[in-house]
Design a protein around this ligand. Structure first.
Ligand code: ZN
Length: 271
């Protein structure tokens, strides 16, 4: 599933191709995504792209004098930049055709993605209005996590994966950050000290920034028609390493299901 780093990589890949361009057509081959692609997307035709942004895992394309476009990659979605005349592949459902002759193509085999419009301001959109802060923003601090966690008995892993607390911390990154901070994933969120939340906040930022940087290495692929959105291969410390030795203490790592998701941790390093 595309996580925040892949969405950020996608944003950085498409932005230079799209910003300042005029949209000449929106081609919808299959409107049956998570919700039907609305006819309102056609209002983008003739509009200039003012900006491309990301909020959580949503991509927002700001248009001049037209409703913006909102895209979510769902489970299996991706965007790639290609020539508008290129033969579409299987699962290429929507094209944003640009005056430059290029197009941004939305591919999604499982069709859980979203392609829709929003009216200003985007932050009021029902999909966006209840989201917590961005993990790489100044609003996301150890103090913030500590404040929000008081009185919470649930597992800290579920707490940091709750989009109302902080957005974009997926299952892999939650496991990795908790290992880096030395915190056991099932520890009650409300029973973790402020100083340990400082370490956890730093670990979440570090793991996401590292993932974005490795995603960035595939950005050059956006130039060609085979461009992929940059699913990065990363050195993971604990994720999917059940039974393998901890990199720090060599204790075999464990897997535990927390909130229906597999969590990986070191029983010795994480308390
Ligand atoms: Zn260990």
């Amino acid at each position: 599933m595309p996580e925040l780093p892949e969405v950020e990589t996608t944003l950085r890949g498409i932005t230079p191709k799209v910003q300042g361009q005029t949209i000449s057509a929106i081609v919808v081959r299959n409107p049956s995504l998570r919700w039907p692609v609305p006819d309102s997307v056609q209002q983008a035709c003739g509009a200039l792209v003012a900006d491309c942004r990301r909020r959580a895992k949503y991509l927002l394309i700001d248009l001049e004098n037209a409703p913006g476009l909102l895209i979510h990659l769902g489970m299996t979605g991706s965007l790639r930049v290609c020539d508008a005349g290129d033969e579409p592949r299987k699962h290429d459902h929507v094209d944003i055709v640009l005056d430059s002759g290029k197009c941004v193509r939305f591919n999604d085999p499982r069709r859980f993605g979203v392609f829709t419009t929003w009216d200003h301001p985007a932050e009021d959109h029902p999909l966006l209005c209840n989201l917590g802060p961005e993990p790489l923003s100044d609003k996301f601090t150890g103090k913030y996590l500590w404040n929000r966690s008081r009185g919470r008995k649930g597992a800290v892993k579920n707490f940091i994966m709750d989009g109302k607390i902080v957005v974009g911390v997926g299952n892999i990154y939650a496991s990795e950050a908790l290992f880096m901070a030395g915190i056991h994933p099932s520890r009650a969120a409300g029973r973790i000290s402020a100083i340990r939340y400082e370490a956890l906040c730093k670990a979440i930022r570090d793991v996401l920034e590292r993932a974005i940087r490795s995603g960035g290495t595939t950005l050059q692929d956006f130039h060609d028609t085979d461009g992929n959105p940059g699913y990065f291969a990363q050195e993971l410390l604990v994720y999917d390493r059940e039974g393998k030795p901890c990199f720090r203490c060599e204790t075999p790592l464990r897997r535990k299901v927390i909130g229906q998701r597999s969590s990986y941790y070191c029983p010795s390093c994480q308390r």
